[in-house]
Ligand binder design. Structure first.
Ligand code: ADP
Ligand code: ZN
Length: 704
């Protein structure tokens, strides 16, 4: 383990192991099998990379995503690790070259697609090589219960039979108990050490909104929270993907579509731009995202409901892998609920499969309509209990109101009943609200006792009510009957008046309390340097044709901007700067740091706003001018100055331009009144006949 720790520090440039990385590595090093369950971004890769380097021979990594192997290999090579991959994207000659290197022991880590691994040719190559370990990434693909089932994965059991003494480590980010059991059974991991990390992603804020006017809501969300950030927007259909991407482009954002119907070449290009450029929004169907390990995706938005909590959690998990704050945002509406219900109930799938899908959708809808903490519910679904509400989801931040909807619900249900359970939501709505159209008249439904009795709610509110009734399974949707609503058994007690029902009140489009200040990664005074560091990173990335984060992660650049290391030794202590990267990029990044010296005045621990004032002062501007420029009152500017005066960064006389006489007058008065606390300035102010600004007095006080 000492050697593992050393590798972590020198090769990877990280200080400490996270979570149970150390235990997992220890298991594998001791020759045991391991199953590691960790949330996305938890740091699974190190768990097999480090043992692969320490054990004799090559580490074989099974990964389902051919398209991403190149990036994974690039990232390892940046660290000086001899990595390669074998898949169908290579030409015959390259394949032979890599096979030769494999046989001569020149590869540390080799990525292989599952279908390739189980071929006789590959297995016979492996027979002739020394193998350090097998890592099975995205191991949930082996499970039929899971949502990414890959038949090839089931054949991986052969590794156990054929190489019983080689340690195997299976890794996944999504695993409820059932998937977990299936992984163990299918891969013969009964004797494996199992490591389960918390699945919580505390940096992700969940919010699930009712989807009236989803686009407008989305735009507001993007403007307020992610005006320049990279993110993913998921839509259900290809058409919606394309129209949404076009709309965003019109709005001035860089947005790219991605779905299975686009030419492979275009998909590749869009994926690669998303990875390599900054601030790109990918608008995609669920065809996009598996294995994407771009660390700085700041938001994942859903414009449609996912089919299951597993899918939702995996998709949203692509946000904020670097641990910085990120948003998982969704807008869903009545139509989503209906469409999904129909999709799950219809089709020719086997009954068993339909039942499973139905159950999963049920849980997803439950999450949507929940009025308590979303995170607690999500984690509970994965078998984890969190005793306290999280404080970082929409329900925690803006607790929803509920109302006693019993009477309205009774009206709605009996209207469904009286129209013989043969009509869809829109028709029922028209009857309830008393619309006299031809269709209704032809069925004589304007004569029903329920015609026009629903005036207490408007159409939008009724739709919200129906959505909740469908989501809660009071109403079924008849797939064969063109979406007709049918009453379920659950309705009886309600209709008989034996039960009451509380529903979520529809959120008025109140301007939600501003989500605080816009989040920025670095202090205002470090912004210029940070931008220059990013440009430097981009230049290296372009030169080598790799994504910027393969050079350095944002978190590394942020730390550099904050600490401004000026020597190789200092830079080497920044997290994410290992030996190899230090050697390759160190000088260049240091020269960037040196280009942006921090004014001594700004070398302080004060807040951003104080520093904005100080940096304007450093440019030679007066208090008046700064107040004007920043639209702040002059007292505020002086009070910013006073902080710098108190620690000796500014000279009070210079800042306030007080004459000797004035200065002495003030200090004398202060001494006389012995005011110390800020609140005690009032008597001084009055004693001086209100001749000086409060802020000026504060500056003098700070100097004393
Ligand atoms: P996963 O595969 O579990 O989603 P990764 O292995 O890609 O996650 O790791 C996520 C990020 O965290 C990567 O950028 C990785 O370099 C970083 N990381 C992993 N382990 C550590 C550690 N011990 N200290 C600091 N950063 C780490
Ligand atoms: Zn919460």
């Amino acid at each position: 383990m000492e050697r593992a720790q050393k590798l972590l520090n020198t090769t990877f440039g990280y200080e400490d192991f996270r979570h149970n990385q150390a235990d997992i590595i220890q298991s594998v090093l001791s020759g045991a099998d391991a199953l590691a369950l960790m949330p996305t971004g938890g740091g699974k890769s190190l768990c097999y990379q480090i043992p692969a380097l320490l054990l004799d021979g090559v580490g074989i990594v099974v990964s389902p995503l051919i398209a991403l192997m190149q990036d994974q290999v690039d990232a390892l090579r940046q660290l000086g690790i001899r990595a390669d991959f074998l898949n169908s994207s290579l030409d015959a000659q390259s394949q032979r070259d890599i096979e030769a290197s494999l046989l001569s022991g020149e590869i540390d880590i080799l990525y292989v697609a599952p279908e390739r691994l189980v071929t006789e040719r590959m297995l016979s190559l492996l027979d002739q090589s020394t193998i350090a370990l097998f890592a099975i990434d995205e191991a949930h693909c082996v499970s039929q219960w899971g949502h990414d089932f890959r038949k090839d994965y089931q054949q991986l059991r052969i590794l156990h039979d054929r190489y019983p003494n080689t340690p195997r480590i299976a890794l996944t980010a999504t695993a409820d108990q059932r998937t977990r059991d299936e992984i163990i059974a299918q891969l013969a991991l009964q004797n494996a050490d199992v490591y389960i990390n918390s699945f919580d992603r505390p940096n992700i804020r969940y919010s699930l909104n009712e989807g009236q006017n989803a686009r407008a809501q989305l735009w507001e969300f993007l403007e307020q929270e992610h005006a320049q950030d990279a993110g993913i927007i998921y839509c259900l259909s290809r058409k919606k993907v394309e129209s949404t991407a076009e709309w965003l482009v019109e709005k001035g954002r860089t947005a790219l579509p991605y779905h299975a119907g686009l030419p492979a070449e275009m998909r590749r290009e869009h994926q690669s731009r998303f990875l390599r450029e900054e601030g790109i929004i990918m608008v995609a169907t669920i065809a996009f995202g598996m294995g994407i390990d771009k660390p700085d995706v700041r938001f994942v938005a859903h414009l449609n409901l996912p089919k299951s909590i597993e899918a939702y959690y995996q998709e949203t998990g692509r946000a904020g892998r670097n641990g910085e704050p990120a948003n998982a945002w969704m807008a869903y509406g009545l139509q989503d609920v209906i469409t999904l219900r129909q999709m799950v109930q219809g089709g020719d799938a086997e009954e068993q499969f339909k039942r499973v899908s139905h159950q999963k959708l049920e849980s997803m809808l439950g999450l949507c309509e929940l009025t308590s903490c979303r995170r607690q519910a999500l984690l509970a679904y994965f078998g984890e209990t969190q005793s306290q509400p999280c404080g970082n989801c929409d329900n925690c931040l803006h607790p929803p109101e509920t109302w006693d909807a019993t009477v309205s619900v009774q009206k709605a249900l009996s209207c469904v009943y009286r129209t013989d359970q043969r009509f869809g939501v829109n028709y029922i709505l028209d009857v309830l609200t008393g619309k006299k159209n031809e269709r209704i008249q032809s069925f004589q439904h304007d004569k029903l006792s329920t015609f026009g009795i629903g005036t207490e709610l408007n159409a939008v509110e009724w739709r919200s009510l129906f959505r909740q009734l469908i989501a809660m399974d009071f109403l079924h949707i008849d797939v064969d009957g063109y979406g007709a609503l049918k009453l379920s058994e659950k309705c009886r007690p309600l209709l008989r008046g034996e039960e009451t029902l509380q529903l979520r009140r529809r959120e008025k489009n109140v301007t939600k309390e501003k989500a605080g200040k816009k989040k920025v990664p670095v202090r205002g005074v470090d912004q210029e340097l940070f931008d220059a560091l990013r440009a430097c990173r981009m230049a290296f990335a372009n030169e080598q044709g790799v994504p910027p984060y393969v050079i350095f992660h944002d978190s590394t650049l942020i730390e550099i901007a904050k600490r401004r290391p000026q020597s190789m030794k200092d830079l080497g202590t920044v997290s994410g700067v290992g030996e190899q990267k230090l050697k390759r990029y160190g000088q260049k990044f240091i020269s960037v740091v040196l280009e942006f010296p921090l004014h001594p005045l700004l070398d302080n621990p004060f807040s951003d706003t104080v520093n904005s004032t100080l940096s304007l002062y450093a440019q030679g501007k007066t208090a008046d001018k700064i107040a004007q420029e920043r639209s702040l009152v002059i007292s505020t500017i002086y009070s910013h100055f006073s902080q710098a005066i108190a620690v000796g960064l500014l000279d009070v006389r210079e800042v306030t331009q007080l004459t000797d006489v004035q200065f002495q007058e003030i200090t004398a008065t202060m001494n006389l009144l012995e005011s110390e606390a800020e609140s005690a300035l009032k008597p001084v102010y009055e004693a001086l006949d209100e001749a000086y600004d409060y802020g000026v007095l504060k500056c003098v006080q700070a100097a004393l």
